[in-house]
Every structure is written in C-alpha cells, then in structure tokens.
Write a protein that binds this ligand. Structure first.
Ligand SMILES: [Zn+2]
Length: 469
C-alpha cells in the first residue's frame, strides 16, 4: 500500500507517514500505553493512532516506518530555557553565587553578544533541544536581538514562545522610572503585534519578564493586560533565593506571590520559574489563581538554591498547582535528565519514595507544559487531531535492554542521547540522530569561534582549578 497515495484503497485515508509496531506512550486522558501500536501523520497533525492491527487497514501511507525498535512519546515541553546562553556554556563559575553569577557573569556575557552571535546561540539551543526530544519551549526572557533569534529558531522548525528582554526598574536616582516602564511596555506590545500567537502558530511572542525585583508593579500590570488581550502568557523568575522574598517583604510588606496576587497579575496564563523560597500561603495563592510553576532541577542544584531542604513542590502538587520542568541555563537542555532529577529530589529530601513517581515527572515534561503554555488542545499528548510533535526513542541501546517497563526506563534509565527521530508540526526535524534543518558540523565550528570571541571580549577569565597546559 506504499505506492497508492494518490489512489487510496476504498475507505482508506491517505497519510504521509505511518509508524508501525512501536510502543506508544500517548499521555491521553486514560494514559494509554499502546503496544504494537501505529501512528499516522498527515500534514501537521496526528491522523490516526491505535493498535497496529486496527490502524493499518484504515490508512494508505506514502512512507511506512518500521517502529518496532522505538518507544514513542509526545515531544517534551521545556518550560524555561535561556536560548541565547548556549555560547557561554561552562564559563560561569559554579561557585559564583546567585548575585555574582547574574550580575558579574551572565548579564555582561549576554549583553556583549552581537545579534549574529545571539542568532547562532539560538540555533545551537534549538539543535540541542531537538536532538534530546524537546519540541516546544518557553524562553526565559533574555533574548536581546529578538528579530534575529526569532528568524533562526523559526528556520529550525521548533515550536516555542519567546520575547524581548525588558528591565524597567530604575535602580539609580538619575533614571526616569516612567520613561523606563513606558519603553518596556512599548517593546512588549510591539513584539506581540509583530509575532502574534493564535491557533497553530509554531513560534510567537509572549511578554516575558525577568522577574525577581527587576519589574515595577506598572510593568507587571501592563504586561498581564497585554498578555490577556493578545491571548498570550507571561513568565518571570521568582524566589530561587531568599533575596527575593526579603526584597518584597522590605518594599511591599508582603511575600512575592502575595504581592503579585494583590496586583491581580496571577492566573492560568502566568508561569513563575524556580519558586523555591515560598511559604504555604503562597502555595495556596498559586493554586487559587491557577498560576503555573516551573521547576528547573539542574539550576536549583547547581545554584545551591535549597530546593531539597526548603522546596514546597510536593505541597504545590498536592494543592493542584500545575508544575512543569525547565532546564534554565545552557549547561544542558535535556528534559529527560530533568525528569530523572524531578523523580528523585523529593524522594530523598522527604525520605518518601512515593513522591513524584516517574509517570508524574513525565506528565510535568509533557501535558503540564502544554497546559501552562495554553496549548493543551494542540500538544503534550498523542491523540488524533493533535499536532504531530513526537519523539522516537531508540531501544536498540543498552539503557533500554531489557525493555520491561517503558515509563520507569524512560525516566530512570534513558536520557536524551537515545532520541532517534523527532517530528514537530508534522516535519521530521531529527532523523536517525541528525537534525534535518541544521548543518550540525558547520554550526559546531561557528559556535566554537563565536564563543572564543565573546569570552575574549568580556575580559572575564576562565576559572579552572587545574593548570591547562
Ligand atoms: Zn532563568
């Protein structure tokens, strides 16, 4: 039936691709795992999914893929990634501390990148995400050259929500607060107009705030209003360290979430990243307002945020807060590593092996991410009519042998290096471990040259405890 696309058999539906014989983790409402399954792709959508014996007679496919060596999952949703940080990977010392890490290292290293270098960084981050199974991401809000980065990401075929870096709080008395806030709001409105969302948009702009104490109440209110008007969402960093609640208590008399609730800027289209130093009153407010929380396990561990000792993520989950996962900085972009950490951190912290089981960590990386991004009816699960965003995990690898429990092995045994193929929007963007939209070798060479140039211009020396000879 492979050559009958233009003349499908009686009652059969013509589709582009049919994958047969795979184990399919659907993440549908019943959380069905289909053995000896089949999945058909037509255009940008999933046209059919089910048992091979049921689906195969119903479709005529241009291309049939033998899926017997694969476990198929929905594409992962990375809730927090600085796409333009990839060219400074490994350069910020791990003992820099929270404040120094941001202001002495990260911000200068971002700001001195040319638009072309940011574009390169965006392309490298997309490659890194796609090759490890991430099909959709939420940018962290630190893109400076928005047009160039948007164009680069668009070329790769990945799905995402990105926005221009805006800071508006006047930290020195000679700055005009009103002018700074007005300028930031103009940038946010402009990006929403130029890169609109709406049904089916693969890439679009969101008003992404840096958060912490860098945004005024006026910017929060304005950004929320813009997001609501344009059908977009907001994200912001908050409370990775005690410095955020301390600042809000000193300046507003309330903890950060209570203050944002008072402003009326929380809600289902708002996602707050980190949220380690929160109290139970804040957890209740998050649940009440439907505000999403993005946990970045690697960043929390590397930054010494105190997530295992202080984090109230089990309480957030119990209260019904939508929790999703992110990778944050550029150290790695592998969402499968994030699921492993998520499934382990609180088991150990609370000495309770029932906390965040593998299947719950997988929900955080897929359907919860889709929900937080307002894309529940489009991505996050493999169902007829959903976008064809999916990952083929190669089980012809040691970590998958023997294959007895696909959920446990996905989270505890495998990682993104076993991602064989990836589709986004019906396009096969990774095929047999190679990205189809990016010249990988050329990108690696360009990235190495650019990274040397950026770090050289920064005047910041590489910190390495051992002699490099
Ligand atoms: Zn971040």
């Amino acid at each position: 039936m492979s050559d009958t696309t233009n003349d499908p058999g009686y009652g059969r539906t013509a589709v582009e691709t049919l994958i047969v014989g795979a184990i399919i983790i659907t993440m549908d409402a019943a959380r069905r795992i289909i053995t000896d399954g089949a999945l058909a792709i037509s255009g940008d959508r999933i046209a059919a999914i089910g048992k091979r014996a049921e689906i195969e007679p119903l479709v005529d496919a241009k291309e049939i893929i033998d899926g017997r060596r694969f476990v198929i999952t929905p594409g992962f949703v990375n809730g927090h990634i600085h796409t333009t940080e990839t060219l400074i990977k490994g350069y910020i010392p791990e003992n820099a501390g929270f404040e120094d890490g941001i202001w002495r290292w990260s911000v200068p290293l971002y700001e001195l990148q040319t638009p072309a270098e940011q574009q390169l960084a965006g392309r490298l981050s997309a490659l890194s995400m796609l090759r490890t199974g991430t099909t959709c991401f939420l940018e962290a809000g630190t893109v400076i050259a928005l047009d160039e980065v948007f164009a680069a990401l668009d070329e790769t075929g990945i799905r995402g929500r990105i926005g221009q870096w805006v800071l508006d709080r006047a930290f020195s008395p000679d700055q005009d607060q009103t002018a700074l806030t007005d300028r930031a709001l103009r940038i946010l409105e402009d990006e929403l107009v130029r890169y609109p969302g709406g049904d089916g948009q693969r890439l679009s702009a969101w008003p992404l705030l840096i958060g912490h104490n860098t945004n005024t109440d006026a910017l929060w209110r304005g950004a929320k209003q813009l997001a609501d008007e344009h059908g977009a969402g907001i994200s912001a960093h908050m409370s990775p360290a005690k410095v955020d609640p301390d600042w809000y208590l000193a300046h507003t008399g309330k903890r950060p979430v209570a203050h944002l609730a008072d402003l009326g800027v929380l809600g289902e289209n708002v996602s707050l990243t980190h949220m380690v130093h929160v109290d139970l009153t804040e957890v209740a407010l998050l649940a009440e307002t439907g505000t999403n929380v993005i946990h970045c396990p690697t960043a929390a561990l590397k930054g010494g945020y105190g997530t295992t000792g202080l984090g109230l993520f089990p309480e957030m989950a119990a209260a019904g807060v939508t929790l999703m996962l992110g990778t944050d900085g550029a150290d790695h972009t592998d969402m499968m590593r994030a699921t492993t950490l998520m499934a382990g951190l609180f088991k150990d912290a609370r000495q309770d092996a029932a906390l965040f089981p593998a299947h719950q960590a997988l929900e955080m990386a897929t359907i919860n991410g889709a929900k937080a991004l307002g894309l529940t009816d489009q991505i996050g699960s493999l169902e007829v009519g959903r976008k064809a965003d999916l990952v083929l995990h190669d089980t012809d690898r040691p970590e998958w042998k023997p294959l007895l429990n696909c959920i446990a092995q996905l989270v505890w045994s495998a990682d993104g290096r076993g991602v064989h193929s990836v589709w986004v929007n019906g396009e096969r963007l990774v095929d047999n471990y190679r990205c189809t939209t990016i010249d990988e070798e050329r990108l690696y060479a360009e990235a190495q040259t650019a990274a040397k140039a950026i770090t050289g211009r920064s005047g910041l020396s590489l910190v390495c405890p051992w002699p490099m000879i």
